[in-house]
Design a protein around this ligand. Structure first.
Ligand SMILES: Cc1cc2nc3c(=O)[nH]c(=O)nc-3n(C[C@H](O)[C@H](O)[C@H](O)COP(=O)(O)O)c2cc1C
Length: 396
């Protein structure tokens, strides 16, 4: 994937949505979006270029309502884990390799029997209507354009049937297991009938936990439709209790689910061990992007211990805080089979709809290829912990 081509597309889609992206990474990009005249003075106005995921975040912040911004960007309590996700990824230092022929870089791999062009999935996130009028159906189109699997949230503003109809890449269904078992069963059957290829059961938030930023602006937030649940509610759509859900309920789900069952929100290696024993198909090491138990570690810190405990018995995926291709590389190096991004693609959706979702994934993918090239890896299978320095004095 050519980074210059990716950026050209990103400039064009941002411009189409009225976000001017002037003279981005390369001065010879001849996009009509490069320059933007002020309607008042006629002067050429420089706007921040959208060349990475942080640029999309900044542009989304300018565009979203205050309550939508707080909902999407916030974490729980003091946001210590939210920050730590980034700090821990930044702190890992990569070890370059030079003079490796990187003419061909292959980012493909197979996950649960599906051949992926690249290892970046869209994590389940709620309330896309706050970001774009087409909500999750636009996200599904963007995911398809970027050849990415989308995990559609239970608490989407479009029905799982509509999301699947808009998609041409696989959709997995993220399930919140509420206490009403018949409703849970009906929802799983609906998702499978709609064509979802896997069930991603989220296990890390049995009760809502202090999302203070969101709570302060809740009164200003709109009511949204949540057709999978048949309710209207504020952002996040939480309405019914999920306190009861336990390992035995999981067994019950596995007894009738026709699609692979994945657990999302595992940090503790003992829970990973239990997941293996319970015969789940994969796990996602996730702290919900710092939105659940504050002061738990960054996911990249615990990933190696979980991978070591699982010892290849099932695929381990990883999310929370990924913003750069080097972050993807670091996750894969720690043993993840694939990674998921949450907020960044919501920001892409806010800025440029389906095209913005596509651009965010493509930028990340192009960065991953760059990081692979500079660490001398041409296939995902070559990425292991030797991409990190072993000793603090950099002698090995
Ligand atoms: C606004 C928002 C809504 C989310 N909604 C859900 C959800 O409905 N179900 C779920 O399992 N995880 C949800 N998550 C967590 C994401 O799936 C993912 O774990 C997290 O966003 C990854 O971190 P990142 O945003 O730093 O990439 C949500 C995250 C955000 C930011």
């Amino acid at each position: 994937m050519d980074r210059r081509e990716v950026l050209k597309a990103s400039l064009a889609s941002a411009a189409a949505m009225g976000i001017s992206a002037r003279r981005a990474i390369s001065p010879d990009i001849d996009s009509p979006a490069e320059l933007h005249s002020s309607a008042v003075t006629g002067e050429v106005v420089a706007q921040p270029p959208l060349v990475n995921l942080y640029d999309f975040e900044a542009a989304a912040k300018r565009k979203l309502s205050g309550s939508a911004w707080e909902y999407f960007s916030g974490g729980s309590a003091d946001e210590i884990t939210l920050r730590r996700n980034r700090e821990a990824l930044d702190a890992l230092q990569l070890k370059p390799r030079v003079l490796v022929d990187v003419t061909q870089i292959d980012t493909s791999s197979t996950l649960l029997g599906y051949k992926m062009e690249h290892p970046i999935l869209l994590a389940p996130t709620s309330s896309h209507l706050l970001a774009h009028p087409d909500a999750e159906t636009a996200t599904a189109r963007g995911a398809a354009a970027a050849k990415a699997i989308m995990v559609a949230s239970t608490v989407s503003n479009r029905s799982i049937e509509d999301i699947c109809k808009s998609a041409s890449e696989p959709i997995w269904f993220q399930l919140y297991v509420e206490d009403d078992r018949s409703a849970v069963r009906a929802l799983i059957e609906r998702a499978e009938a709609a064509g979802c290829k896997a069930l991603c059961v989220t296990v890390d938030n049995p009760l809502p936990y202090a999302r203070n930023r969101e709570e302060r602006v809740r009164a200003l937030a709109p009511m949204l439709p949540f057709p999978n649940l048949g309710i209207e509610a504020g952002p996040g759509g939480r309405s019914r209790s999920r306190r009861h859900f336990n390992w035995n309920d999981l067994l019950w789900i596995q007894s009738f689910a026709k699609t692979p069952v994945i657990l999302k929100g595992i940090l503790n290696p003992d829970d990973a061990e239990e997941a293996v024993h319970r015969g789940v198909s994969a796990i996602v090491v996730s702290n919900h992007g710092g939105r659940v138990l504050d002061t738990e570690p960054a996911t990249i810190e615990v990933l190696p211990a979980v991978v070591d405990r699982v010892a290849g018995r099932l695929p381990v995926l990883f999310d929370s805080g990924i913003r750069r291709g080097t972050d993807v590389l670091k996750g894969l190096a720690c043993g993840a089979s694939a990674v998921l991004i949450g907020r960044p693609y919501i920001y892409g959706l806010s800025v440029a709809g389906a095209d913005g979702v596509r651009d965010v994934v493509n930028i990340l993918r192009a960065e991953l290829e760059g990081a692979m090239a500079m660490t001398g890896r041409t296939h995902l299978t070559e990425i292991d912990r030797s991409v990190f320095w072993k000793s603090r004095d950099f002698s090995s």
